[in-house]
Design a protein around this ligand. Structure first.
Ligand code: UDP
Length: 460
């Protein structure tokens, strides 16, 4: 048996690409070879940011050392098409990419076969389950890399039980009753409207049910970027679930698959701020504020009169107008960047708290940094993550919307002050940080053992 060779196929959003690249780095560190398949659209975006290192051959680039090879397929959309339309992207990919995959695998195997370096395992993130069908027809093993919490996965895996128990309806997956649900007897009660699919509509709900079925059938392992201690109940639900957060978080401080250039000047700026003094505000790669909400947030930060680092993404939020006089008022206090080197920011001693949309990657990165959260979820699994942050780990507080649907400047000010005054929450965040660090550093940590057993399994 040669060196294991993984074909990693993430769904083309930032929240899937980053953990898939972290996973690939961790595999490469363990001596494995990886072919990383992106869509051409994203591949080119990432290459543009790495123009200095880019090769002219867009099909096969070797940017990350000889262990990780980048390849790409078209996603079937025109360059100017809206890729924020999840359904459009999903169906276009399904109509375009599967037919190309067998040829890619044959080419790799023909090229690498002499070194006994055939593709041994296909690893996909959710929505790319079609690749398992191709893999099974060629006798290649499969594993799912789940980019959200293990709990979200077990919730999705339980959709049929929720329907049978009358918790949600079968068409839209929306709550039928207001009665709260409990994931285990020692867990707090959860609102069924926080279930991960509730914000995504009928078509996606149907797709998700099918996708989970495919993953059940074809993916031997469900690998999760988490740590056992964070979600023990989820891991008692299925032996397929493997927490491998330790090796994934260790992989790199930098996200090589970022869609936007990281503005590293903020690290130097953070160096000049006192310890635990800065409010970090970031809503990930997808969530958007409307003008009204943008203004309230700006005014909330202004009212707080504390240093802040705010990510205002190019292209969307960037188009909003700041309140009159805001820039002048905050010039000594605030730093606004288009895209931050978030992993490094969250580990910086100057950060006091994280106003976050509670995307899973941001959640894990915040826990790793030991930073208290102010939760501002927008969609899918972010409500489950908020529930865990506030109710289960008690590592943060939630921001409440006014009845007009807006989180007011006063609410932002009040909650930041409450959070920063709460020594219990700060102490618990440090405890979670220690647990996450152990999973990364202790050689016999469960995450590290799981990861190595997973690699061993691909060699069998
Ligand atoms: N991120 C970053 N810089 C930023 C904001 C976010 O590098 O300014 C990264 C962050 O580290 C994480 C990813 O973007 O890896 C966002 O993923 P998450 O699951 O938190 O949210 P999503 O973008 O999927 O909503």
């Amino acid at each position: 048996m040669g060196i294991p060779h993984f074909l990693v196929i993430p769904f083309p959003t930032q929240g899937h690409l980053n953990p898939s690249m972290q996973f690939s780095h961790a595999l490469a560190k363990n001596g494995c070879n990886i072919t990383f398949l992106s869509t051409e659209f994203n591949h080119n975006k990432v290459l543009m940011l790495k123009a200095a290192a880019a090769s002219s051959d867009h099909h096969q680039d070797n940017l990350l050392g000889s262990k990780i090879k980048l390849v790409s397929f078209p996603d079937g959309l025109d360059p100017e098409d809206e890729r924020r339309d999840l359904q459009k992207l999903l169906f276009s990919i399904r109509n375009t990419m599967p037919s190309r995959l067998p040829k890619l695998i044959h080419e790799i195997n023909a090229l690498e076969g002499n070194n006994n370096n055939y593709i041994t395992c296909i690893v996909v993130t959710i929505n790319m389950g079609w690749a398992f069908e191709v893999g099974s027809s060629l006798g290649i093993k499969g594993a799912l890399l789940w980019p959200a919490s293990a709990t979200s996965l077990t919730l999705c895996d339980s959709i049929h039980s929720f329907i049978d128990d009358g918790v949600v309806d079968s068409e839209y997956g929306l709550p039928v009753k207001t009665q709260k649900i409990q994931l285990s007897p020692d867990m707090p009660l959860m609102d069924p409207k926080d279930l991960p699919w509730c914000s995504l509509g009928k078509v996606y709900f149907e797709h998700l049910k099918q996708e989970i079925k495919t993953c059940k059938l074809s993916a031997q392992w469900w690998l999760c970027n988490t740590v056992y201690e964070l979600e023990p109940v989820a891991f008692s639900s299925s032996p397929k679930l493997l927490p491998i957060g330790g090796p994934m978080l260790t992989s790199s401080d930098h996200n090589p698959t970022s869609f936007w250039e990281e503005d590293k000047t903020c690290l130097h700026w953070l160096d000049q701020q006192p310890s635990q003094s800065v409010i970090y505000v970031s809503f990930g790669s997808w969530s958007l504020l409307d003008q009204n909400q943008f203004t309230e947030l700006a005014l909330g930060l202004q009212l707080l009169n504390m240093p802040f680092l705010w990510v205002v993404r190019p292209g969307n939020d960037e188009k909003h107008a700041y309140p009159d006089g805001f820039m002048g008022c905050i010039s000594n206090k605030g730093k606004i960047v288009g895209w931050a080197p978030q992993k490094m920011v969250l580990k910086h001693h100057a950060i006091a708290c994280f106003i976050s949309h509670c995307g899973w990657n941001s959640t894990v990165e915040g826990l790793h940094g030991g930073v208290p959260f102010l939760c501002w979820p927008f969609r899918n699994d972010q409500f489950v993550n908020k529930f865990f942050i506030c109710e289960v780990w008690k590592a943060g507080l939630g921001l409440h919307k006014h009845e007009n649907g807006v989180i007011s400047r006063d609410e932002i000010k009040k909650k930041v002050e409450q959070l920063l005054g709460c020594e219990d929450i700060k102490a618990r965040c440090l405890k979670w940080k220690e647990i996450v660090m152990e999973s990364m550093e202790k050689e016999d940590s469960q995450s590290i053992r799981n990861f190595q057993n997973f690699i061993k399994w691909t060699k069998e």
